[in-house]
Design a protein around this ligand. Sequence first.
Ligand code: FPP
Length: 245
Amino acid sequence: MQSNASRNEKLHVGIIMDGNGRWATRRGLSRLRGHEAGVEAIRRVVEAAPKQGIGTLTLYAFSTDNWRRPKAEVAALMTLLRFYLANEVQSLVRNGVRLTVIGRRDRLPDGIANAITRAEDATAEGTTLHLRIAVDYSARDAILNAAAKAAALTSLTREAFSQLVTGEAGLRDVDLIIRTSGEKRLSDFLLWEGAYAELHFTERMWPEFDAGDLAAALASFHGRERRFGGLQAIVPEEVPSLSRV
Ligand code: FPP
C-alpha cells in the first residue's frame, strides 16, 4: 500500500489525552494524581515527537466543556498548567520547541494568560517542534469566531479562513488524530484543520502513553492510503486548493 506522506515530510499530529482519571482511580489514586502522571506523558511525547517525524503537535488539555467538572478538579488542572508553563519553558527552549496555546484566554484564572504569553514569547524561535496546547478550547467556537470575522470580508479563500480559525498563517492541516483510553470520539477537537485527518484510537490510558505508543500510531498512519476524496493516494501538497469557499 502506498504511504500517505513521504517520511521526510513533517507531520501535524493531534492528541486527545484521555484516561487520566480512570488510570488513577483503578490504582486507588486521586484523579489529580492521574493528571499529574498525564503531564509526565506530555514530557515523553514532546521529546519523542520530533524524532518520529512530527513537526507540529497539538495536545487537547482542557475543553470549553471541561469547566463542568468539579471546581476542585478544574482548579487542579489550572494549577498543573501554571506549573507546566513555569517549569517547562527552559527545557522547551533548549530543545527548540515553539509553544503556542490555542483556545480562549479570558476565562482562565488570574496570571495564566500572562504566563502563556511569556512562554510563547520565550519559545518563539524554536524550530524543532511546534507544540500547540489547547486550553479552554472548542473547535466549533474557533470556527464560529472565524466566521464572525469573515463576515466583514468581501472575498474569502480556504487559506484565509484557515488562518482565522487557527490563528496562524500556513499551519499544516492535521495528518493524524490520536485518542487514548479506548474512547472513539473527536469531542470538538480540530474539526476544521483535521477535516482529512486519519484517526487512531488506542486502549492505552494517557498516563501510560510513551514513545513506543506514538511510534505504533505513526506506523499505522504510514500504512494507510490517503486519497483526499480522489482515487489515488496523494500527499496534501498535491491537493488542488479551491480559491473560494
Ligand atoms: C482527560 O482525562 C484528560 C483531561 C481532561 C486533561 C488533560 C490534562 C493533562 C494531561 C494534564 C494537564 C495539562 C497540561 C498541559 C499541564 P480524564 O480526566 O477525562 O480521564 P477519564 O476519562 O478517565 O476520567
